[in-house]
Structures are given as C-alpha cells and as structure tokens.
Write a protein that binds this ligand. Structure first.
Ligand SMILES: C[S@@+](CC[C@H](N)C(=O)[O-])C[C@H]1O[C@@H](n2cnc3c(N)ncnc32)[C@H](O)[C@@H]1O
Ligand SMILES: *[C@@H]1O[C@H](CO)[C@@H](O)[C@H](O)[C@H]1NC(C)=O
Length: 245
C-alpha cells in the first residue's frame, strides 16, 4: 500500500505542513513571504490593479516597507467596503498610501478617504499614484496626529457618518482611535484594526513590551464589548473586524 511505502517521509512532510500552516502566516511581501501556503493564496486570489502594483513596488524601495499592508489583506478590505456600500472612510496611519489608494478605488465617485499621517515624506510617495488612478479628489490627506483629525471630524458634526475605518498607526494610541472611530461610524459600519497579533507577541507580552500589552488589552476589551460584533482574523499580522451594532 502506498501510504506504508511513503512512511516516514510523508509523516515528516505532513508534520512540517501542519507546523507551518498553524504558525502565523504573516505578510506576503515581508515576513511570511516564503510560506508556500501564503504564496498559493496570493497566486490564486490576489487581483491587484496595475496602479496599486506600481505603488507597492515603489514602496518596497523604502526601508520601512514592512509597514505596508499586504495585497491579500487590502483586497479583503476592498471587498468589505463594496459589501457594505461604504462611501466615507478613514485611514489612521496611511504611510505611502497603499490601502488609501485601495479604499479610494473601492468607494463610489462621491466617496471620501480621510487619510491621517504625520510624515510628509511618506505622503509624497503616494500622491502621484492617487493622481494616476484618478482618485486624488477622493483622498483628503490630513498631515497631523490622527487623534487630532478624528477629534476635528467629531467637532465638525460628522459622528455616525462614516462607513469604514482602518486603524494602523501608533499602537499605544489604538484604544483612543477605536473609541473615536466607534463614534464616527454608523450602525453597521466596520472598524478594521491592524497588527492585533503583533507577530504572536500578544500571546504572552513581555513586561517591558508596552506595544504588545496595549494590543492584548484592546483585544480583550473588544472581546467583551457589547457595542460591536467581532471577528479576529489571522490574515497578515492579525486583523480585527469590529462591526458597529
Ligand atoms: C503601519 S504604517 C501604515 C501602513 C498603511 N496603512 C498602508 O496601507 O500601507 C503606520 C503609519 O502611521 C504613521 N503614524 C504614526 N503615528 C501617527 C500619528 N500619531 N498620527 C498619524 N499617523 C501616525 C506612521 O508615520 C506610519 O506611516
Ligand atoms: C458620499 O459622501 C459624500 C461626502 O464625502 C456625500 O456628499 C455623498 O452624498 C455621499 N453619498 C452617498 C450615496 O451617501
């Protein structure tokens, strides 16, 4: 019988496969890029528009490119945006704008992305690609701390008018971003929170690791939060979806 013939090499292979798939898979452009399962996923599901591919490749020239959200994850968010017919969106931490461009392409003509970022050099990398894609009028870049922008939106009476928020800036402020976002989105709106697994370090945060601690605390808070429905996905570095009730 064939299964006895291939023992023990098959067993070894199977164990390896189980190990590699049960571990965190990571991002297809950085950690995890050599994972064969992730390679398969990307090869057989990612449909990246050419202008987004250009921005991604441009961003790969930056030393901090590990911060970029991977294609398999932005595509999920674009599909969620289309599913709930999102129009007004917010990106908290835009970096070079790979997901800002993704969201701008997924929303209707009169839709808007409020993009929060503090580093002008990053914003300037993305801008030409927004123009090339013809979505620059949909992108409202606010070059200042994101918390200030969210508070300004609330002060301007825009509570409950947003459909989708992506939180991906400084992790120790996540709870503040989450609380503001919960006020800014409508019922049925989605708050997507990135890096909630922090390469697995949230499982047992070190004593001096305030980032992992902050993420772990927020994860546990959301688990009990009656204001939302919740899914925590192992895509990328961990993506939480909070659906406002
Ligand atoms: C992980 S990156 C964002 C990646 C981006 N979402 C993408 O699609 O590729 C985090 C960004 O947040 C920015 N950032 C850090 N602190 C911030 C703050 N207080 N307000 C706004 N942006 C901030 C950083 O400069 C950095 O570009
Ligand atoms: C979409 O948002 C814009 C503001 O950004 C607003 O003027 C427009 O009416 C909204 N459209 C829909 C269909 O809600």
């Amino acid at each position: 019988m064939t299964h006895t013939k291939c023992f023990p090499s098959c067993c070894f292979f199977l164990a390896l496969l189980v190990m590699s798939t049960s571990a965190l898979i990571g991002k297809s452009h950085s950690k995890g890029k050599d994972n064969p399962v992730l390679q398969y996923v990307v090869k057989n599901s990612v449909r990246e528009p050419p202008v987004m591919e250009k921005l991604r490749l441009k961003t790969m020239e930056d030393p901090w490119n590990i911060m970029m959200v991977p294609p398999e994850q932005v595509q999920l968010m674009a599909n969620l945006i289309k599913l709930i017919k999102a129009n007004k969106t917010i990106e908290v931490g835009m970096y070079t704008g790979y997901n800002t461009l993704n969201m701008a392409l997924a929303i209707p003509e009169d839709g808007k992305v409020v993009a929060c970022e503090i580093k002008e050099e990053y914003v300037n990398i993305g801008k030409p690609f927004f123009k090339e894609a013809g979505v620059e009028d949909k992108v409202d870049i606010r070059l200042q701390p994101a918390l200030k922008t969210l508070d300004e939106l609330l002060a301007a009476g825009e509570a409950e008018t947003f459909d989708f928020v992506f939180i991906d800036a400084d992790k120790t402020n996540y709870d503040n971003y989450y609380e503001r976002s919960l006020q800014l989105v409508r019922k049925g709106g989605i708050i997507a929170i990135d890096n909630v697994l922090w390469s697995g370090r949230v499982v047992s945060p070190a004593e001096d690791d305030i980032t992992s601690q902050a993420l772990d605390t927020l994860n546990k808070k959301l688990h009990k939060d009656e204001r939302i429905d919740l899914s925590m996905l192992t895509v990328g570095d961990g993506l939480t979806l909070a659906f406002k009730r």
